[in-house]
Design a protein. Structure first.
Length: 192
């Protein structure tokens, strides 16, 4: 059974999640491929007991995307310091795999027209021994050093407007979420 709720880490996202008209920026989405066969794979570590791998892909505007897999779970991080960002050690508890398309939320400055990527949204597929595969949108904040991390999660099967909700979390989270102080949470209808 699912539970309907919106949870706001320390009240950070609640005031601005649905007040997008009050924001001084416009947003758009851009999409890049996460086809690991087209990315550069680091040599495998013979001492890794989990037999995982690391791939480097090129994202929006040339931003490096680091994809790591270990213990049947994927970890995705971004930027020149992707390997040391908080996102490099964040994944979902269930065994999972990732979608081959990555959505970038891009802020557009109304005065200059400059475009700045502020967050990503990536669909994870979750293994479920008791039923069909689950799907969760993982929203990751893009920021300076130490500020690339998971902001929130949206269950893509329980929420009919999952993509819209994920974009709202991305827009609010990029400005309000502090990776060193806040924990990511589920938004919308969440699994029990």
């Amino acid at each position: 059974m699912a539970k309907a709720f919106l949870t706001w880490p320390a009240g950070i996202l609640a005031p601005c999640l649905f007040a997008s008209t009050a924001l001084a920026q416009d947003f758009e989405s851009a999409y890049t491929s996460l086809d690991l066969g087209q990315c550069h794979q680091q040599p495998l570590d013979p001492d890794d007991p989990l037999g995982g791998g690391v791939w480097w892909c090129q994202g929006y505007d040339g931003i490096p995307v680091r994809v790591a897999e270990g213990d049947l779970r994927f970890l995705v991080s971004f930027g020149p310091n992707a390997a040391t960002e908080p996102a490099a050690s964040q994944t979902l508890a269930q065994f999972n795999r990732i979608h081959a398309t990555l959505e970038w939320r891009v802020a557009i400055d109304p005065a200059s027209g400059n475009r700045t990527p502020i967050a990503t949204i990536l669909r994870y597929f979750l293994q479920n021994d008791a039923g069909p595969e689950g799907q969760v949108l993982v929203v990751t904040k893009l920021g300076g050093p130490g500020q690339v991390c998971h902001v929130g999660y949206v269950d893509a099967l329980l929420n009919t407007d999952a993509n819209v909700l994920g974009r709202r979390v991305a827009e609010a989270g990029a400005a309000q979420f502090d990776c060193s102080q806040h924990q990511p949470a589920y938004y919308g209808v969440a699994p029990q």
